[in-house]
Design a protein around this ligand. Structure first.
Ligand code: TRP
Length: 438
């Protein structure tokens, strides 16, 4: 039985969702969460919000608005795990364990932090002016979010890819230091969807709070109409053919329409539809999708107790995974009851001495290799060179989980093992399979 694919994503609770957030992330995530065989985790990243917002009322309000938006858009909290980051005390706890295995140099390279340094350099301010330790630590908190739930995939925008790579580094360091050959933490991957529509805003630039060009997602219906009427167009009058190319109005319509509707709208442009009428058609098209959700949104905003209850239930589900993992990690690093010390210390020795170990390394030829040695350091298996560390890691993973059965499939990637070593190799792989199943 293969474990279901785990997908996790967080939303920082500093704003109110707008139409661009809906098209760019909420809608696709809700759809993805309904796929069979996928376990989805969605959470409100309110600890992250504290890094950029010191207005308590805004944090609380945004948490409610974002939660209500996702629920209104169809996220089913029975099917997914939907929770608030600050309801999971294991997350800051894991943050600290990761902090202790994360190089400061790694964090120095984070884009958001470097951007602040650059900004300060440009204005001649102190390099660390306006840089809180929270901003500096942002990637570690995010790493804890992801690693806590052993997420395989994290759907993110390109700006966040570096953070996922850092989370991989943290997991690899942690496993290396404390895993004794086992994968205590899962190495996540960024999932970048380039097909996701980037919605233009009222002025044609990307819809963004920072440009003040947004259309409210679940504002009053009349506000939606008014905002749509404010989308910039050129000055062509009724009857004059209009370009869909470069038209924000058309692009927004496209994000809601199917191919047939889009073609009909493009035809109307060519036929010289008046801008006012085109806007009315856009409004009606968006309303068809958003209108039914708005009622649910308004209900939830008026009943924050319902949202609160759902989030607390989500936190319970999340903690049912986080608590046992945290217990295991505390044991692994040595935060243990003193009464278990003797037995556990013996256990460490057993784990470290008795288990065979994979070592991955890079050779001067630039390729990536691994080898398996037994507890005393004797070589059991030697790989050939891989182009990427991920390919090498993937082969190791297969051997660890499938054991000797994987040897045949991987034959062409491995140096031949002599017959005399083969029994010991099979035995060692079985030990690793048992250990990873334990
Ligand atoms: N940093 C993300 C953003 O600003 C939000 C976030 C916090 C997140 N923790 C996460 C996203 C974990 C994915 C996974 O968009």
């Amino acid at each position: 039985m293969t474990a279901p694919l785990r997908v996790l994503t967080g939303i920082t609770t500093t704003g109110t969702p707008h139409l661009g957030n809906y098209v760019g992330s909420i809608r696709a995530s809700v759809r993805a969460s309904r796929q069979p065989g996928v376990e989805s985790f969605y959470f409100l990243a309110d600890y992250h919000a504290l890094i950029k917002c010191t207005d308590p009322a805004r944090i609380q309000r945004s948490t409610l608005e974002i939660a209500a938006s996702w629920l209104a858009a169809g996220l089913d909290p029975e099917q997914v795990t939907f929770y608030r980051q600050s309801d999971i005390p294991e997350i800051p706890e894991l943050t600290w364990l990761l902090t202790c295995v994360t190089g400061k140099g790694l964090l120095n390279r984070a884009h958001a932090y470097k951007a602040m340094l650059d900004k300060n350099a440009a204005t001649g301010a102190d390099p660390d002016s306006d840089v809180t330790a929270g901003l500096f630590m942002y990637p570690v908190l995010m790493g804890a979010d992801i690693l806590m739930f052993k997420a395989h995939q994290v759907p993110v925008g390109r700006d966040q890819v570096q953070h996922i790579e850092m989370a991989r580094d943290m997991a690899a360091s942690f496993n290396h230091l404390y895993g004794a050959g086992q994968e205590l933490l899962v190495l996540p991957e960024a999932l970048i969807d380039d097909n996701v529509a980037l919605l233009p805003g009222l002025d044609g630039r990307k819809m963004s709070k920072s440009y003040d060009n947004t259309i409210a997602l679940f504002g009053p219906r009349e506000l939606m109409r008014k905002q749509i009427m404010g989308i910039v167009t050129d000055s062509r009058g009724p009857g004059e053919p209009k370009d869909t190319e470069g038209s924000a109005l058309y692009q927004i319509y496209r994000a809601f329409a199917d191919d047939g509707e889009a073609a009909a709208f493009a035809q109307a442009f060519a036929d010289g539809i008046a801008w006012g009428e085109a806007k009315e058609r856009l409004f009606e098209r968006i309303e068809r999708e958003i209108g039914p959700m708005r009622a649910r949104y308004q209900h939830l905003i008026a009943h924050p107790d319902e949202v609160e209850r759902l989030l607390l239930r989500g936190a319970e589900k999340a903690r049912a995974l986080a608590t046992p993992l945290m217990r295991e990690l505390r044991q692994a690093v040595g935060l243990r009851a003193l009464t278990t010390q003797a037995a556990q210390a013996a256990g460490d020795a057993v784990a470290k001495v008795a288990l065979p170990v994979f070592k991955q390394y890079r050779e001067a030829d630039g390729r990536f290799y691994f080898k398996l040695t037994d507890a005393s350091g004797a070589l059991l298996l030697q790989s050939l060179g891989f182009k990427s560390p991920r390919d090498a890691g993937g082969a190791v993973k297969r051997l660890q989980t499938e054991g000797a059965a994987a040897l045949d499939a991987l034959r062409e990637l491995l140096a031949p093992t002599d017959a005399a070593t083969l029994p010991a190799l099979r035995e060692a792989l079985q030990q690793l399979v048992d250990a990873s199943a334990a």
